[in-house]
Design a protein around this ligand. Structure first.
Ligand code: MSP
Length: 660
């Protein structure tokens, strides 16, 4: 991305007839991440959001609530501002269409178009949807119903003012065809060109006051108010002070809009025609995202609506919510929201991949180097992969952001996280720390880790700014920019403190079946306990003193004697590919060669913490295959309230010792 460019990004202005919800939050968060990224790139950025406060829908909602439209708009607009403040949205301005600064510009543009003959008075009869506040053609109607609301369209005929939009049809087609990425992704460009295959009608831009008073009066005929879409679209210009104002001169030539696919037609067709008629340049890009649907996963049944879904931001934390929305939705396509998938990503991507990396790396720097990153050291040949990956990831993130593909940018960043985690496993700093002769290698490895965290803090800053700030804090660093994303920027001697858990691991709620078990699946009850699973919480109230599960039926001692329990020493531990929960352990049980066992503990233990530990396994279980890995035994672990502890010895015994 060219540094020092100018960038002006807008979200739709949201109707004040509904409280802020998941859909609004997604658009606003995506815009926020984009603007933060462009600021990190050194660009001059202006980020606008706001509320759309006129029209039938608002007037009716206010009447229903028994308050004036203005009072109603004041309250809900404040709720939007409050929601964005709580989410640390970095907007530079917030426009309300009831503000005088907006009304003045709308009226000036109307007058200019009227004077230029672009607006005429006429009569129109057609099928009208009061929900959408627009006419539909016979072709667009679905069995006489509004295609959006599925409610009956009403035939209304009235005198109104019309904008001569039809005369811009050929110009608009040519304009879009000459600019392949004006409207993106391409599917939406094609959709707009599809609309333009039918003759474009002139646009009714007024509503008679006899029917609706809640709007901006036409400057040339006060019997009418302005049609809400004509009023609303102009916010993008009025917020800059209107055509010719200094902020408009600076930012307008670089404007990009971000919208959901539901409002493609006003932005893809009305708006460019309006701009052309008023002598203003058309936007640089119209970025269109898909829709969030609710439902699908089991837990999402509990999410009644999009407002409730938005409230999960407080339950799981703002960064987790932001990350999930941006990572889960492929830009331009629809996505499904469920609490279950949010928790899944929180545990695997945030707590496991990122959180563990930060806590492992900082703990090792604290424990093995007194918390100071040494200037000297030999990071070993594996460090080249980390540096090369950083270069690649920086380019991939930039390409993705140019295309508004937020999810691709995050995938690239997580590739870097995986490489750094792999570096730790490969160089095993804990083993280097045991050998004073390998001090140089240890110092080099610890520098590589600290420097990777510094780079990660920059890469993550646009997406999960709270987390990026926490990472900077353990490194004692001030915010940095994209130009600082070059290997070697960390000053030797930097003091590093141990990071706490960046993301709490969420235990899957009742009903969610963990993908694996602690060893063989047939010992289901043990496995379920890992997650407080299947039977947890089903006891009748008062049946137990504590939250301990109910006792199992008693068995004779010889039944227990059949279980061959042994001391085992963990030789190595690594994640099972594609699994969130499983670790593959190689354990020494005093036999000729170590055994492989698979354990569902990945969300509770970083693999490195297990190496060298003496644990207890069931050695005589029939072997089983979990996620493609054959498991020859099962480790024993206890669990309660979502916490899990692997059984270890309080005194030393050799591998293979019997446990009874
Ligand atoms: N006021 C108009 C926009 C005028 S812009 C000049 C409007 N407002 S709205 O409150 O209905 O907001 C619509 C926008 O909210 C969508 O374009 C999208 O950005 C966001 N979303 C609302 N529901 C959504 C989903 N379920 N999924 C994704 N985004 C959605 O239309």
């Amino acid at each position: 991305m060219t540094a020092k460019a100018t960038f002006y990004l807008t979200t739709p202005i949201y109707y004040v007839n509904a409280r802020p919800h998941l859909g609004h939050a997604y658009t606003t968060i995506a815009a926020d991440a984009m603007c933060r990224y462009r600021r990190l790139a050194g660009d001059r950025v202006w980020f606008l959001t706001g509320t759309d406060e006129h029209g039938d829908n608002i007037a009716r909602a206010a009447a229903k609530a028994g308050v004036s439209p203005q009072a109603y708009a004041d309250e809900i607009s404040a709720a939007f501002r409050d929601a964005w403040r709580r989410l640390s949205i970095s907007n530079d301005d917030f426009i309300r269409t009831t503000e005088p600064r907006h009304q003045t510009v709308v009226q000036a543009i109307l007058q200019k178009l009227y004077d230029a003959g672009e607006i005429y008075f006429g009569k129109y009869g057609g099928l009208y949807c009061f929900g959408c506040e627009r006419f539909y053609t016979e072709k667009e109607a679905v069995d006489g119903n509004c295609p959006q609301h599925l409610t009956a369209l009403e035939f209304i005929e009235e005198e109104n003012y019309f904008f001569r939009m039809s005369k811009y049809q050929d110009w608009l087609i040519a304009y879009i065809e000459a600019r392949p990425d004006l409207i993106r992704p391409e599917r939406y460009r094609n959709e707009v060109l599809g609309f333009l295959r039918d003759p474009l009608q002139d646009l009714s831009i007024s509503r008679p006051k006899s029917r609706l008073e809640w709007g901006i009066p036409l400057p040339f005929d006060d019997r009418f108010v302005t049609y809400v879409w004509f009023d609303a679209l102009i916010n993008y210009v009025s917020a800059l002070g209107g055509p010719g104002a200094p902020a408009w001169e600076t930012f307008w030539p670089h404007v990009e809009h971000l919208i959901g696919k539901d409002i493609l037609k006003p932005h893809g067709i009305y708006w460019p025609c309006m701009l052309k008629a008023a002598g203003m340049p058309v936007y640089a890009h119209l970025n269109v995202h898909g829709y969030w649907n609710l439902g699908g996963g089991k837990m999402s049944k509990s999410i009644g609506n999009v407002v409730e879904a938005f409230q999960l931001t407080d339950k799981y934390g703002h960064d987790a919510f932001r990350y999930f929305l941006m990572r889960e939705m492929t830009f331009g396509l629809d996505a499904n929201f469920s609490e279950e998938s949010l928790v899944g990503r929180l545990n695997s991507d945030l707590a496991n991949d990122l959180g563990n990396l930060v806590s492992r790396a900082t703990t090792m720097i604290a424990n093995f180097a007194g918390g100071v990153v040494s200037p000297h050291g030999d990071p070993g040949p594996q460090a080249a992969v980390v540096r090369d990956t950083l270069d690649k990831v920086r380019r991939d993130v930039d390409d993705a952001m140019r295309a508004f593909a937020l999810q691709r940018a995050l995938v690239a960043i997580w590739e870097f996280i995986a490489i750094v985690n792999g570096y730790i496993d490969a160089v095993q700093p804990w083993a280097l720390a045991r050998d004073p002769a390998r001090r140089e290698r240890l110092d080099g490895a610890l520098y590589t880790l600290a420097e990777s965290l510094r780079c990660l803090a920059i890469l993550l800053d646009a997406f999960i700014p709270g987390t990026a700030a926490k990472i900077r804090e353990v490194l004692g660093l001030a915010p940095q920019a994209l130009v600082d994303l070059r290997w070697g920027g960390l000053m030797p001697g930097t003091r590093v403190s141990k990071a706490g858990a960046l993301f709490p691991r969420i235990v899957a709620p009742v009903g969610i079946h963990p993908e694996g078990a602690l060893g063989a699946p047939r010992v289901g009850s043990v496995a379920m306990d890992v997650e407080g699973g299947k039977d947890a919480g089903r006891e009748p109230a008062g049946a137990r003193r504590t939250s301990a599960p109910a006792a199992a039926p008693r068995i004779p001692i010889d039944a227990f004697a059949k279980i061959d329990l042994r001391v085992a020493q963990v030789v190595s531990a690594e994640p099972v590919p594609k699994s969130r929960k499983l670790l593959k352990l190689r354990v020494d049980v005093g036999e000729v060669a170590p055994r492989t066992i698979v354990a569902g503990i990945a969300e509770h233990y970083p693999p490195a913490d297990l190496v060298g530990k003496k644990i207890v396994i069931v050695a005589n279980l029939e072997s089983t295959t979990l996620m493609g890995v054959e498991s020859d035994g099962m480790l024993i672990a206890g669990s309660a309230d979502g916490r899990l502890a692997v059984l270890a010895l309080d005194r030393d015994l050799p591998p293979g010792a019997r446990v009874r």
